[in-house]
Design a protein around this ligand. Structure first.
Ligand code: GAP
Length: 684
């Protein structure tokens, strides 16, 4: 659990985001929609700046990456090939009592005493016999029944109930009478087992109370618990940590949003299948037809890059190694959206697929494969790099990117997934984590971080899958490889062929191909390699825009002291967003709004800066208050136009303004003509 301080901090951040127009709950006026968020004026600019910085770093500042903007809904076969249809699911458990759903891996292990129950018996009749309600409603019932004798006891009681309760004018008495007669129809015993975990020190009554509630939920009015037994457990994930109730067995839930392409047949709202079986047959057929048109909102942007690989290769004038990147919406029907925007159901991704040669091709061409010599950035890309060096390169590039937009290195964690955490096709994955205030803490109390981005070395899995499912070749022809291969000695050729063959055979076997077919295909692939053909491998840095926006917001939030109008220190909230991503770069303030010369000059400065950066003009309120508003909006610079600007204190200050820096609150005098280059230098 996050510490209370962190929870308090998150509350302040959420409140500021709403107050200043960074983030709103989606559909708020209708009570909101869990897992969906809207970005207000400042949030929209922030996200835009994040995406622009990423796009610039990936494409404009490089020669080897091109962009793609693909559709959100794609052919459903894509998701079969990628594995999303069959495996994009979370294992979920439901609380048997409250029906609340949890991700199975997020249930904290617990220790305590488990109270097991083998079944339940409906005990209403017994209950009524001893209930106060019965005594109050028919005070003399016991004597009257006793007068009838033992064998007439039940019948006598029933006729009393009818006489005194069921035919009464009082609805409460009628209800009581009806329940009694229902209960007297017989006691049901059912072997429905259940269990409750009690934490050490809790009395057994707590478990019985929860079990009773559980059976009541299942229709037992006065459940009698049967077969109670206890057992001590440790590290159990079978119980709801909130109430101790038994959870269901984990079951997979697919996370893709399903939709239909084309208008769908829907029966009239008042249609009842029982009225017209023939019409029902028509609708059943229509439903089956609908199912043939199923499509999904993409759960990641990456697959479009693989599906369009051939078109991209044919048009982009690029050769392996090269990359294709994309920014766009992705949708996941997350079971448990949480931590503000961190886990949402609709979000944006920024993904790069960087295609590289298989190591066997690199070795054939360059005689060796360069592996990383140690931690850190391996430097400018070299043609002899193998997948490990490329992978490390992209991890380091991404870390540098985060630093360049204001996330300090010590707020980030580089987490190398352990072999048992890796997807079966991945050779290595590094998760870049940010230490969000709600992150878990380690035993030393340090924030451990939550995922911002994954950088995965995915081998040739994705393109191979699309080759198998579409039947279209995803191979590239590499002239350098073709030219290099005949020059290799026979032993080298054999070794490289064998390695490649084994890798392809392993992939094909894992993909479910029969052994003989896998062997044949792998041999053909190895022969193709010798002729210069292969399926490229890929390194995939995949980041979330919304998570990054949240990390930047959390990182920027700061409370410090600032002087008020009279120079007294007061506390201020300031968003220390990096100038590159701040929603507003510079705010323009005329010192007084009722001095037309000041206003006119301020508007001239605004119009001068506007083509180059995001500018906000503000003339309302005392200057201190205006500064404070911009501090909360994260505006790094403020330009104040005062009487000196007009030259009232002498010609040397004419056409100069005060440039205020948000974080240090330092103010310097700058010539209006120098503002554009000075500020551009800080935001580029
Ligand atoms: N193509 C690989 C892929 O999609 P991922 O780790 O599932 O990998 C990549 O997602 C990034 O997308 C994550 O690191 C995260 O930043 C973002 N992301 C994933 N699920 C998200 C969610 N439910 N809400 C917000 N961002 C999410």
């Amino acid at each position: 659990m996050a510490e209370p301080k962190s929870a308090e901090l998150m509350e302040k951040i959420v409140s500021l985001c709403k107050r200043r127009g960074f983030i709103f709950q989606s559909s708020e006026i209708y009570g909101g929609l869990n897992g969906f968020w809207d970005y207000g004026p400042l949030g929209a600019e922030l996200k835009r700046n994040i995406k622009e910085c990423w796009w610039r770093a990936m494409t404009r500042l490089r020669d080897d990456i091109v962009g793609l903007d693909a559709s959100i809904i794609m052919h459903p076969k894509i998701w079969e090939a990628s594995g999303h249809t069959s495996t994009f699911s979370d294992l979920m458990v439901d609380c048997l009592l409250t029906k609340k759903r949890f991700r199975a891996d997020q249930v904290e292990p617990q220790a305590g005493i488990v109270y097991y129950y083998s079944g339940v018996q409906e005990d209403s009749y017994n209950y009524f016999l001893h209930s106060k309600e019965l005594k109050d409603a028919i005070p003399s019932w016991e004597e009257e029944v006793a007068r009838e004798g033992q064998e007439r006891r039940s019948a006598a009681l029933e006729s009393l109930v009818v006489k005194h309760l069921l035919v009464s004018e009082d609805p409460a008495k009628q209800k009581l009478g009806k329940s009694f007669l229902d209960a007297s129809k017989g006691e049901r015993m059912q072997p429905i087992s259940y269990a409750v975990l009690l934490l050490p020190g809790k009395p057994p009554e707590s478990a019985r109370k929860i079990a009773t509630q559980y059976y009541q939920e299942r229709g037992f009015v006065h459940p009698k618990l049967l077969g109670e037994r206890t057992e001590k457990v440790e590290n159990s994930r079978c119980f709801n940590p909130e109430n101790g109730s038994l959870l269901t067995e984990p079951a997979p839930f697919n996370l893709m949003f399903k939709t239909y392409v084309g208008p769908q047949a829907v029966p009239p709202l008042d249609f009842d299948p029982a009225d017209d079986p023939e019409e029902w047959e028509y609708w059943a057929k229509a439903f089956r037809e609908n199912e043939r048109n199923v499509a999904y909102l993409r759960p990641e942007t990456a697959q479009a890059i693989f599906a369009q690989f051939k078109n991209l290769l044919d048009t982009a004038r690029q050769k392996v190694p090269f990359g294709v990147c994309q920014i766009g919406k992705a949708f996941r029907n997350e079971i448990n959206p949480r931590n503000y925007t961190f886990r949402s159901r609709e979000f944006e991704q920024m993904e790069l697929e960087f295609f590289i040669r298989p190591d066997e091709a690199v070795e054939a061409i360059y005689g060796r494969v360069t592996s990383p010599t140690g931690p850190g950035h391996p430097g400018e890309p070299q043609p002899s790099w193998g997948w490990q060096t490329w992978h490390q390169y992209w991890v380091e590039e991404r870390l540098r990117f985060y630093e360049s937009i204001g996330l300090p290195r010590n707020s980030l964690v580089e987490y190398w997934q352990k072999p048992d955490e890796l997807a079966h096709y991945a050779r290595a994955t590094v998760d870049i984590l940010y230490k969000f205030p709600f992150s878990k803490r380690d035993e030393k109390g340090e924030l451990m971080g939550e995922e911002l981005e994954g950088v995965a070395a995915r081998s040739d899995f994705d393109l191979s899958q699309h080759q198998r499912f579409s039947g279209k070749p995803m191979t590239v022809f590499d002239e350098e490889l073709k030219a290099a291969w005949p020059k290799l000695d026979e032993a080298k050729k054999a070794a490289l062929s064998q390695r490649y063959l084994e890798a392809r055979r392993t992939y094909l076997a894992k993909a479910g191909e029969a052994a003989d077919k896998a062997e044949k295909q792998a041999r053909e692939d190895a022969e193709a390699l010798a002729k210069g053909y292969y399926i490229p491998h890929v390194i995939e840095p995949s980041a979330g825009v919304d998570r990054l926006a949240l990390a930047l917001i959390c990182n920027a939030y700061c409370e410090d002291q600032a002087p008020d109008e009279k120079g007294n220190l007061e506390s201020r909230v300031v968003m220390k967003l990096h100038p590159r991503i701040a929603p507003i770069t510079v705010a323009i303030f005329p010192l007084l709004k009722n001095k037309p010369e000041l206003v006119e000059k301020a508007k001239t400065v605004r119009d001068l800066l506007r083509p180059h950066m995001a500018v906000f003009y503000d003339e309302a309120g005392a200057i201190g208050r205006r500064y404070r508003r911009q501090d909360e909006a994260g505006t790094p610079f403020g330009v104040t136009i005062d009487f000196d600007t007009l030259g009232e204190k002498g010609p040397e200050l004419k056409d100069t303004v005060t440039l205020r820096e948000r974080d240090s609150m330092k103010q310097e005098r700058v010539k209006i003509g120098e503002l554009v280059p000075l500020l551009l230098q800080k935001i580029r």
